[in-house]
Design a protein around this ligand. Structure first.
Ligand code: PLP
Length: 403
Protein backbone atom coordinates (compact mmCIF):
# COMPACT_ATOMS: atom_id res chain seq x y z
CA UNK A 1 0.00 0.00 0.00
CA UNK A 2 1.28 3.41 -0.92
CA UNK A 3 2.40 5.46 2.05
CA UNK A 4 -0.14 8.24 2.43
CA UNK A 5 -0.21 11.10 4.89
CA UNK A 6 -3.05 10.65 7.40
CA UNK A 7 -5.59 13.49 7.33
CA UNK A 8 -6.00 15.63 10.49
CA UNK A 9 -9.55 14.32 10.99
CA UNK A 10 -8.29 10.74 11.12
CA UNK A 11 -5.38 11.76 13.30
CA UNK A 12 -7.79 13.24 15.81
CA UNK A 13 -9.37 9.82 16.16
CA UNK A 14 -6.43 7.44 15.71
CA UNK A 15 -3.79 9.41 17.62
CA UNK A 16 -0.94 7.20 18.73
CA UNK A 17 -0.55 8.50 22.28
CA UNK A 18 -1.63 6.18 25.08
CA UNK A 19 -1.48 7.23 28.73
CA UNK A 20 0.61 4.96 30.95
CA UNK A 21 -1.22 2.05 32.60
CA UNK A 22 -1.38 1.77 36.35
CA UNK A 23 -3.15 5.00 37.31
CA UNK A 24 -4.83 4.55 40.67
CA UNK A 25 -7.26 6.79 42.50
CA UNK A 26 -10.12 6.55 44.97
CA UNK A 27 -12.84 6.56 42.33
CA UNK A 28 -13.19 3.87 39.68
CA UNK A 29 -12.47 5.12 36.17
CA UNK A 30 -15.56 6.04 34.18
CA UNK A 31 -15.99 4.33 30.83
CA UNK A 32 -18.52 5.34 28.22
CA UNK A 33 -19.32 3.42 25.07
CA UNK A 34 -21.95 2.93 22.43
CA UNK A 35 -19.71 0.46 20.67
CA UNK A 36 -17.10 -1.92 22.00
CA UNK A 37 -13.96 -2.57 19.95
CA UNK A 38 -12.92 -6.17 19.39
CA UNK A 39 -9.27 -7.13 18.90
CA UNK A 40 -10.03 -9.24 15.83
CA UNK A 41 -12.84 -11.15 14.12
CA UNK A 42 -12.22 -14.26 16.22
CA UNK A 43 -12.90 -12.20 19.35
CA UNK A 44 -15.97 -10.68 17.69
CA UNK A 45 -17.41 -14.12 16.88
CA UNK A 46 -16.63 -15.48 20.35
CA UNK A 47 -18.40 -12.61 22.13
CA UNK A 48 -20.43 -13.53 25.17
CA UNK A 49 -22.83 -10.91 26.48
CA UNK A 50 -24.85 -12.72 29.12
CA UNK A 51 -22.24 -12.55 31.87
CA UNK A 52 -19.48 -10.21 32.96
CA UNK A 53 -16.58 -12.11 31.40
CA UNK A 54 -16.28 -9.63 28.53
CA UNK A 55 -17.59 -6.53 26.79
CA UNK A 56 -19.64 -6.76 23.62
CA UNK A 57 -21.83 -3.69 23.11
CA UNK A 58 -22.52 -0.40 24.87
CA UNK A 59 -25.99 -1.49 25.97
CA UNK A 60 -24.60 -4.71 27.42
CA UNK A 61 -22.25 -2.97 29.79
CA UNK A 62 -18.98 -1.18 30.39
CA UNK A 63 -16.50 -1.47 33.26
CA UNK A 64 -18.49 1.36 34.91
CA UNK A 65 -21.93 -0.25 34.66
CA UNK A 66 -20.48 -3.61 35.77
CA UNK A 67 -18.92 -1.90 38.80
CA UNK A 68 -22.17 -0.19 39.75
CA UNK A 69 -24.15 -3.41 39.26
CA UNK A 70 -21.79 -5.38 41.49
CA UNK A 71 -21.90 -2.74 44.25
CA UNK A 72 -25.68 -2.61 44.16
CA UNK A 73 -25.98 -6.40 44.24
CA UNK A 74 -23.78 -6.37 47.34
CA UNK A 75 -25.79 -3.55 48.93
CA UNK A 76 -29.08 -5.39 48.37
CA UNK A 77 -27.79 -8.82 49.36
CA UNK A 78 -28.34 -10.10 45.82
CA UNK A 79 -26.14 -11.83 43.28
CA UNK A 80 -27.01 -10.09 39.97
CA UNK A 81 -28.15 -6.56 39.12
CA UNK A 82 -29.44 -4.89 35.96
CA UNK A 83 -29.60 -1.12 35.45
CA UNK A 84 -32.52 0.74 33.87
CA UNK A 85 -32.94 4.40 32.86
CA UNK A 86 -35.31 5.14 35.76
CA UNK A 87 -36.90 3.45 38.73
CA UNK A 88 -40.16 3.24 36.82
CA UNK A 89 -38.42 1.67 33.81
CA UNK A 90 -37.05 -0.98 36.17
CA UNK A 91 -40.53 -1.70 37.55
CA UNK A 92 -41.94 -1.88 34.02
CA UNK A 93 -39.19 -4.20 32.88
CA UNK A 94 -40.04 -6.74 35.57
CA UNK A 95 -43.70 -6.73 34.46
CA UNK A 96 -42.73 -7.09 30.80
CA UNK A 97 -40.26 -9.89 31.40
CA UNK A 98 -42.52 -12.01 33.60
CA UNK A 99 -46.13 -11.45 32.51
CA UNK A 100 -47.93 -12.81 29.46
CA UNK A 101 -51.47 -12.35 28.14
CA UNK A 102 -53.86 -14.13 30.50
CA UNK A 103 -51.63 -13.70 33.57
CA UNK A 104 -52.51 -11.62 36.61
CA UNK A 105 -50.32 -9.36 38.76
CA UNK A 106 -51.17 -8.39 42.36
CA UNK A 107 -50.07 -4.93 43.48
CA UNK A 108 -50.41 -3.32 46.93
CA UNK A 109 -53.12 -0.68 46.96
CA UNK A 110 -50.59 1.81 48.38
CA UNK A 111 -47.94 1.10 45.72
CA UNK A 112 -46.01 3.79 43.89
CA UNK A 113 -48.77 5.33 41.73
CA UNK A 114 -47.17 4.89 38.30
CA UNK A 115 -46.71 1.15 39.00
CA UNK A 116 -50.50 0.91 39.38
CA UNK A 117 -51.03 3.10 36.30
CA UNK A 118 -48.87 0.74 34.28
CA UNK A 119 -51.16 -2.15 35.26
CA UNK A 120 -54.27 -0.14 34.39
CA UNK A 121 -52.73 1.01 31.09
CA UNK A 122 -50.23 -1.06 29.11
CA UNK A 123 -50.64 -4.33 31.03
CA UNK A 124 -54.43 -4.22 30.59
CA UNK A 125 -53.99 -3.49 26.87
CA UNK A 126 -51.80 -6.58 26.59
CA UNK A 127 -54.40 -8.82 28.22
CA UNK A 128 -52.69 -8.94 31.64
CA UNK A 129 -55.09 -8.37 34.53
CA UNK A 130 -54.34 -6.97 37.97
CA UNK A 131 -55.82 -6.66 41.44
CA UNK A 132 -54.83 -4.21 44.13
CA UNK A 133 -54.54 -5.82 47.58
CA UNK A 134 -54.39 -4.63 51.20
CA UNK A 135 -50.70 -4.92 52.18
CA UNK A 136 -51.50 -5.05 55.89
CA UNK A 137 -53.52 -8.27 55.56
CA UNK A 138 -51.88 -11.46 54.37
CA UNK A 139 -55.23 -13.29 54.46
CA UNK A 140 -56.66 -10.75 52.05
CA UNK A 141 -53.76 -11.35 49.65
CA UNK A 142 -54.29 -15.13 49.95
CA UNK A 143 -57.92 -14.77 48.87
CA UNK A 144 -56.87 -13.01 45.66
CA UNK A 145 -54.31 -15.53 44.38
CA UNK A 146 -55.42 -17.79 41.52
CA UNK A 147 -53.51 -20.07 39.12
CA UNK A 148 -53.28 -17.01 36.83
CA UNK A 149 -51.33 -15.03 39.45
CA UNK A 150 -47.71 -14.92 38.23
CA UNK A 151 -46.27 -11.87 39.95
CA UNK A 152 -46.87 -10.23 43.34
CA UNK A 153 -45.44 -6.81 44.04
CA UNK A 154 -44.50 -5.72 47.55
CA UNK A 155 -43.59 -2.20 48.59
CA UNK A 156 -42.30 -1.24 52.04
CA UNK A 157 -43.32 1.24 53.29
CA UNK A 158 -46.27 2.05 51.03
CA UNK A 159 -46.12 5.19 48.92
CA UNK A 160 -47.50 8.40 50.44
CA UNK A 161 -49.37 6.77 53.34
CA UNK A 162 -46.33 4.82 54.57
CA UNK A 163 -48.22 1.85 55.99
CA UNK A 164 -45.64 -0.85 56.60
CA UNK A 165 -46.79 -4.11 54.99
CA UNK A 166 -46.89 -7.50 56.66
CA UNK A 167 -43.79 -8.48 54.69
CA UNK A 168 -43.35 -11.85 56.38
CA UNK A 169 -47.05 -12.77 56.20
CA UNK A 170 -47.35 -11.69 52.55
CA UNK A 171 -44.21 -13.59 51.56
CA UNK A 172 -45.37 -16.78 53.29
CA UNK A 173 -48.73 -16.59 51.48
CA UNK A 174 -46.98 -16.08 48.13
CA UNK A 175 -44.60 -18.96 48.77
CA UNK A 176 -47.53 -21.39 48.89
CA UNK A 177 -47.88 -20.83 45.12
CA UNK A 178 -44.81 -22.02 43.21
CA UNK A 179 -45.84 -20.21 40.01
CA UNK A 180 -45.67 -16.82 41.77
CA UNK A 181 -42.60 -14.57 41.58
CA UNK A 182 -42.33 -11.99 44.38
CA UNK A 183 -40.88 -8.58 43.49
CA UNK A 184 -40.26 -5.74 45.93
CA UNK A 185 -40.04 -2.02 45.27
CA UNK A 186 -37.19 -1.43 47.70
CA UNK A 187 -36.69 2.30 47.07
CA UNK A 188 -37.70 3.44 50.57
CA UNK A 189 -35.49 0.85 52.31
CA UNK A 190 -32.57 1.53 49.97
CA UNK A 191 -31.01 -1.83 50.83
CA UNK A 192 -30.37 -0.47 54.34
CA UNK A 193 -33.65 -0.61 56.30
CA UNK A 194 -34.09 -4.37 55.89
CA UNK A 195 -32.61 -7.25 53.94
CA UNK A 196 -34.85 -7.82 50.91
CA UNK A 197 -33.55 -11.33 50.32
CA UNK A 198 -33.53 -12.51 53.92
CA UNK A 199 -36.12 -10.82 56.15
CA UNK A 200 -37.89 -14.02 57.18
CA UNK A 201 -36.71 -17.13 58.99
CA UNK A 202 -38.70 -20.14 57.91
CA UNK A 203 -37.91 -23.80 58.43
CA UNK A 204 -34.42 -22.90 59.62
CA UNK A 205 -33.72 -20.92 56.44
CA UNK A 206 -33.73 -17.21 55.82
CA UNK A 207 -35.84 -16.17 52.89
CA UNK A 208 -36.96 -13.05 51.09
CA UNK A 209 -38.18 -11.79 47.75
CA UNK A 210 -37.11 -13.00 44.30
CA UNK A 211 -36.54 -9.52 42.86
CA UNK A 212 -35.64 -6.20 44.47
CA UNK A 213 -36.21 -3.08 42.39
CA UNK A 214 -34.65 0.16 43.51
CA UNK A 215 -35.09 3.70 42.21
CA UNK A 216 -31.44 4.78 42.34
CA UNK A 217 -32.84 8.20 41.53
CA UNK A 218 -33.59 8.58 45.23
CA UNK A 219 -31.10 7.73 48.00
CA UNK A 220 -28.25 6.02 46.08
CA UNK A 221 -27.79 9.06 43.84
CA UNK A 222 -28.65 11.46 46.62
CA UNK A 223 -28.09 14.45 44.37
CA UNK A 224 -31.61 15.00 42.97
CA UNK A 225 -29.96 15.08 39.55
CA UNK A 226 -30.04 11.54 38.14
CA UNK A 227 -32.74 9.12 37.00
CA UNK A 228 -31.83 5.42 37.23
CA UNK A 229 -33.24 2.13 38.47
CA UNK A 230 -31.91 -1.30 39.33
CA UNK A 231 -33.24 -4.85 39.35
CA UNK A 232 -31.48 -7.25 41.68
CA UNK A 233 -31.94 -11.01 41.94
CA UNK A 234 -30.31 -14.05 43.52
CA UNK A 235 -31.39 -16.61 40.92
CA UNK A 236 -29.33 -16.90 37.74
CA UNK A 237 -32.20 -18.21 35.56
CA UNK A 238 -34.49 -15.40 36.70
CA UNK A 239 -31.72 -12.87 36.11
CA UNK A 240 -31.18 -14.12 32.55
CA UNK A 241 -34.91 -13.96 31.87
CA UNK A 242 -34.93 -10.31 32.98
CA UNK A 243 -31.70 -9.62 31.09
CA UNK A 244 -33.19 -10.92 27.82
CA UNK A 245 -36.04 -8.42 28.14
CA UNK A 246 -33.54 -5.72 29.17
CA UNK A 247 -31.57 -6.41 26.00
CA UNK A 248 -34.60 -6.58 23.70
CA UNK A 249 -36.06 -3.37 25.13
CA UNK A 250 -32.73 -1.53 24.76
CA UNK A 251 -32.75 -0.14 28.28
CA UNK A 252 -29.34 1.48 28.63
CA UNK A 253 -27.96 3.99 31.12
CA UNK A 254 -25.50 6.79 30.43
CA UNK A 255 -21.93 6.78 31.69
CA UNK A 256 -22.24 10.21 33.28
CA UNK A 257 -25.26 9.06 35.26
CA UNK A 258 -23.46 5.90 36.35
CA UNK A 259 -20.62 8.10 37.56
CA UNK A 260 -23.06 10.19 39.60
CA UNK A 261 -24.57 7.15 41.31
CA UNK A 262 -21.14 5.61 41.97
CA UNK A 263 -20.17 8.90 43.54
CA UNK A 264 -23.25 8.85 45.78
CA UNK A 265 -22.92 5.28 47.04
CA UNK A 266 -20.10 5.71 49.60
CA UNK A 267 -22.13 8.27 51.56
CA UNK A 268 -25.44 6.40 51.25
CA UNK A 269 -25.48 4.88 54.77
CA UNK A 270 -24.48 8.22 56.37
CA UNK A 271 -27.09 10.15 54.42
CA UNK A 272 -29.77 7.55 55.09
CA UNK A 273 -29.06 7.70 58.81
CA UNK A 274 -29.22 11.50 58.75
CA UNK A 275 -32.52 11.52 56.82
CA UNK A 276 -33.85 8.93 59.27
CA UNK A 277 -32.85 10.77 62.46
CA UNK A 278 -34.16 14.14 61.23
CA UNK A 279 -37.43 12.59 60.03
CA UNK A 280 -38.08 10.95 63.41
CA UNK A 281 -37.46 14.27 65.15
CA UNK A 282 -39.88 16.03 62.80
CA UNK A 283 -42.48 13.23 63.07
CA UNK A 284 -42.40 13.56 66.88
CA UNK A 285 -42.81 17.31 66.61
CA UNK A 286 -45.86 16.83 64.39
CA UNK A 287 -47.39 14.60 67.07
CA UNK A 288 -47.53 17.63 69.36
CA UNK A 289 -49.37 19.75 66.78
CA UNK A 290 -53.17 20.13 67.01
CA UNK A 291 -53.53 20.92 63.30
CA UNK A 292 -52.96 17.31 62.25
CA UNK A 293 -55.10 14.28 63.05
CA UNK A 294 -52.53 11.66 62.07
CA UNK A 295 -48.77 11.39 61.66
CA UNK A 296 -47.76 8.57 59.34
CA UNK A 297 -44.24 7.25 59.92
CA UNK A 298 -43.50 3.52 60.33
CA UNK A 299 -41.44 3.98 63.51
CA UNK A 300 -44.35 5.63 65.35
CA UNK A 301 -46.37 3.04 67.29
CA UNK A 302 -49.65 4.66 66.10
CA UNK A 303 -48.71 4.41 62.43
CA UNK A 304 -50.37 1.59 60.44
CA UNK A 305 -48.13 -1.45 60.15
CA UNK A 306 -45.74 -0.29 62.88
CA UNK A 307 -45.55 -3.82 64.34
CA UNK A 308 -44.57 -5.19 60.91
CA UNK A 309 -41.91 -2.50 60.61
CA UNK A 310 -40.53 -3.38 64.04
CA UNK A 311 -40.33 -7.05 63.00
CA UNK A 312 -37.97 -6.41 60.09
CA UNK A 313 -36.45 -2.92 60.41
CA UNK A 314 -34.65 -0.58 62.71
CA UNK A 315 -34.15 2.26 60.21
CA UNK A 316 -37.09 4.23 58.83
CA UNK A 317 -35.98 6.43 55.95
CA UNK A 318 -36.74 10.07 55.28
CA UNK A 319 -40.48 10.26 54.60
CA UNK A 320 -43.25 11.36 56.93
CA UNK A 321 -46.83 12.17 56.00
CA UNK A 322 -49.33 14.18 58.03
CA UNK A 323 -53.10 14.23 57.72
CA UNK A 324 -54.58 17.63 58.45
CA UNK A 325 -57.66 17.85 60.59
CA UNK A 326 -60.83 17.84 58.50
CA UNK A 327 -61.64 21.37 59.63
CA UNK A 328 -58.94 22.58 57.24
CA UNK A 329 -59.92 22.76 53.58
CA UNK A 330 -57.59 21.57 50.81
CA UNK A 331 -57.10 25.24 49.87
CA UNK A 332 -55.93 26.05 53.41
CA UNK A 333 -53.46 23.17 53.32
CA UNK A 334 -52.22 24.42 49.95
CA UNK A 335 -51.67 27.84 51.55
CA UNK A 336 -49.61 26.13 54.29
CA UNK A 337 -47.45 24.44 51.65
CA UNK A 338 -47.06 27.64 49.66
CA UNK A 339 -45.92 29.41 52.85
CA UNK A 340 -43.02 26.98 53.36
CA UNK A 341 -39.62 28.42 52.66
CA UNK A 342 -36.97 25.71 53.09
CA UNK A 343 -39.34 22.93 51.99
CA UNK A 344 -39.78 23.00 48.22
CA UNK A 345 -42.78 21.63 46.33
CA UNK A 346 -41.78 18.53 44.39
CA UNK A 347 -42.09 14.75 44.09
CA UNK A 348 -38.73 13.02 43.64
CA UNK A 349 -37.17 12.68 47.09
CA UNK A 350 -33.81 11.36 48.26
CA UNK A 351 -31.79 14.51 47.65
CA UNK A 352 -30.49 17.21 50.00
CA UNK A 353 -33.54 19.48 49.80
CA UNK A 354 -36.72 18.85 51.82
CA UNK A 355 -39.94 18.54 49.83
CA UNK A 356 -43.69 18.81 50.42
CA UNK A 357 -46.58 17.52 48.28
CA UNK A 358 -50.34 17.48 49.05
CA UNK A 359 -52.38 14.37 48.21
CA UNK A 360 -56.09 13.62 47.93
CA UNK A 361 -56.24 10.02 49.15
CA UNK A 362 -59.80 8.94 48.28
CA UNK A 363 -58.94 9.18 44.56
CA UNK A 364 -55.77 7.08 45.07
CA UNK A 365 -56.98 4.04 46.99
CA UNK A 366 -59.48 1.29 46.23
CA UNK A 367 -58.98 -1.09 49.19
CA UNK A 368 -59.53 -0.48 52.91
CA UNK A 369 -60.04 2.77 54.79
CA UNK A 370 -58.10 5.91 53.93
CA UNK A 371 -57.56 8.83 56.29
CA UNK A 372 -59.99 11.68 55.70
CA UNK A 373 -58.56 15.18 55.47
CA UNK A 374 -55.79 16.44 53.22
CA UNK A 375 -52.50 14.56 53.45
CA UNK A 376 -49.14 16.22 53.01
CA UNK A 377 -46.12 14.05 52.36
CA UNK A 378 -42.84 15.49 53.54
CA UNK A 379 -39.51 14.22 52.29
CA UNK A 380 -36.88 15.31 54.78
CA UNK A 381 -33.60 16.40 53.23
CA UNK A 382 -30.24 17.09 54.82
CA UNK A 383 -30.92 20.55 56.26
CA UNK A 384 -30.67 21.10 60.01
CA UNK A 385 -33.84 19.52 61.45
CA UNK A 386 -34.53 22.45 63.81
CA UNK A 387 -34.51 24.84 60.83
CA UNK A 388 -37.04 22.59 59.11
CA UNK A 389 -39.26 22.53 62.21
CA UNK A 390 -39.10 26.33 62.42
CA UNK A 391 -40.12 26.51 58.76
CA UNK A 392 -43.09 24.18 59.33
CA UNK A 393 -44.14 26.16 62.42
CA UNK A 394 -44.11 29.51 60.62
CA UNK A 395 -46.12 28.05 57.72
CA UNK A 396 -48.70 26.66 60.17
CA UNK A 397 -49.47 30.21 61.29
CA UNK A 398 -50.63 30.82 57.70
CA UNK A 399 -52.88 27.74 57.90
CA UNK A 400 -54.38 28.97 61.17
CA UNK A 401 -54.85 32.49 59.78
CA UNK A 402 -56.89 31.09 56.89
CA UNK A 403 -59.16 29.08 59.24
C1 PLP B 1 -39.42 7.48 42.80
C2 PLP B 1 -39.90 6.09 42.94
C3 PLP B 1 -39.92 5.22 41.86
C4 PLP B 1 -39.55 5.64 40.46
O1 PLP B 1 -38.29 6.17 40.31
P1 PLP B 1 -37.96 7.10 39.04
O2 PLP B 1 -36.50 6.92 38.86
O3 PLP B 1 -38.38 8.49 39.39
O4 PLP B 1 -38.73 6.53 37.87
C5 PLP B 1 -40.36 3.93 42.08
N1 PLP B 1 -40.76 3.52 43.29
C6 PLP B 1 -40.75 4.34 44.35
C7 PLP B 1 -41.20 3.82 45.67
C8 PLP B 1 -40.34 5.65 44.22
O5 PLP B 1 -40.36 6.47 45.27
Amino acid sequence: MKQRKIAPSTHLIHHAYEPPAGFKSVVPGIHKASTVIFDNTVALRARQWKDKTGYTYGLHGTPSTFTLEERLATLEGGLQTLLAPSGLAALAMVDMALLHAGDEVLIPDNAYGPNKDLARGELAHWGITHQFYDPLRADELASRITPRTKLIWLEAAGSVTLEFPDLIGLLRVARQHPQVIVALDNTWGAGLAFDAFAFDEFGGQSQGVDISVHALTKYPSGGADVLMGSITTRDEALHIKLKMTHMRMGLGVGGNDVEAVLRGLPTLPLRYAAHDAATRQIAQWWQTRPEVSQVLHPALPESPGHAHWAQTCSAAGGLVSVVFDERYSPAQVDAFIDALDLFKIGYSWGGPVSLAVPYHLPSMRTVGDVPQGTLVRLAIGLEDPQDLIDDLAQALTVLAAGA
